[in-house]
Design a protein around this ligand. Structure first.
Ligand code: FAD
Length: 316
């Protein structure tokens, strides 16, 4: 099922999950162990992140070799395996880094043939070790261009003119940033670029994680004001360790409200810290549900225990 149909047809609040491929060399069983206990909450879909390879230079016998090293391969394979095992729709994330437009087209055809009809289109983070995002030669610079390419394929328009070309049928999600994308000069500009992604054909938006209901509400209101009408699913990260008080703001360019920080800092043991963090996340989700969000998209980040605790508190 297309994610947009799952959103529009859902009568009750639904949950969806984001999972991350295991590191190269690890077993997919580890991922199944994350998902298994979460199936009781009937996720409407599971999205799988995509990771750009890190480029390293290695010297062998006096010759320098440029070697792309992918730490977390397997996004598409995981989608197929998860759908096969759990009969849950999966959404591969699709990035620009490392792909020319032509490689993108071929990869999209692979997904189409596999029967995967949902795509989450993101630019991708700068490659590990690089400060800025560097587009591939003949690749796209912004996610909106990828959305446009997918949308054209949905109309049967491929990069080269093909006779009687069959259209694809992808449902497209894109990323939105309630606290602004870190490269944007201001929130207004960022919102205008988000609107462009929707105009190019995105069917729904999933937000970057945020920790204040007011931040989400203001973001949705501003989006509606400028004519963005598609569903905006809140992305939720159950926070559970002291380390995340600095790693989440550093890695995701988000802020943590004083109420949350003080609750976690005031806790005396790691168990109490976890309780404070997940308790806060639960309250945030309840505010979102009262506000009428169609669903909650939970970032598991490869570990399901905090997600499971949150979902038990919310729904069991
Ligand atoms: P874009 O929409 O292309 O925006 C990038 C920047 O360019 C923004 O500052 C935007 O305001 C600006 N911009 C957009 N259009 C224009 C224009 N025409 N002219 C000038 N400026 C413009 N990263 C991964 O590597 N793999 C993943 O699987 C992944 N999944 C994610 C899932 C979610 C829900 C979210 C929120 C993020 C995810 N990311 C992922 C991170 C994402 O790739 C980064 O945040 C990235 O820096 C931006 O991606 P984007 O698609 O929002 O980019």
């Amino acid at each position: 099922m297309h994610v947009i149909d799952a959103i529009n047809q859902s009568k009750d609040i639904f949950i969806s999950l984001e999972i991350t491929p295991p590191n190269k060399g690890q077993s997919i069983e580890e991922l199944f162990q994350v998902i298994d206990p979460l199936t009781e909450f009937n996720p409407a879909f599971i999205s799988v992140t995509y990771h750009q390879p890190q480029v390293v230079y290695e010297e062998r016998d006096g010759v320098i070799y440029r070697i792309p090293k992918r730490k977390k391969p397997g996004t598409v394979g995981i989608c197929a395996a998860v759908t096969n095992r759990y009969k849950i729709d999966t959404v591969p994330h699709f990035i620009l880094g490392g792909f020319s437009k032509f490689e993108t087209e071929d990869a999209l055809i692979d997904l189409h043939f596999l029967g995967i009809e949902n795509i989450f289109a993101v630019r991708g983070d700068p490659a590990p070790g690089e400060k800025t995002f560097i587009p591939e030669k003949d690749g796209h610079r912004y996610a909106s261009e990828l959305v446009q390419q997918i949308n054209k394929m949905n109309k049967g328009e491929y990069l080269e003119p093909l006779e009687s070309a069959k259209p694809t049928n992808f449902c497209i999600g894109v990323a939105g940033y309630p606290e602004k994308h870190y490269e944007s000069p201001n929130a207004q500009k960022d919102m205008a670029f988000l609107k462009n992604k929707v105009e190019q054909g995105a069917h729904y938006i999933i937000t970057q994680m945020f920790f204040s209901f007011q931040v989400y509400k203001t973001f949705v209101e501003k989006a509606r004001e400028i004519g963005i009408e598609v569903p905006i699913l809140p992305g939720i990260k159950p926070i559970s360790t002291m380390g995340q008080l600095s790693s989440l703001p550093r890695d995701f360019h988000i802020s943590l409200p004083s109420e949350l920080v003080e609750a976690m800092e005031g806790a005396k043991t790691p168990t109490e810290v976890r309780k404070a963090g997940i308790g806060y996340t639960k309250k945030l989700c309840e505010e979102l549900i009262d506000y009428g969000v169609p669903g909650i998209h939970v970032y598991t980040m490869g570990k399901g225990t905090a997600t499971q605790e949150l979902l038990i508190q919310l729904f069991r």
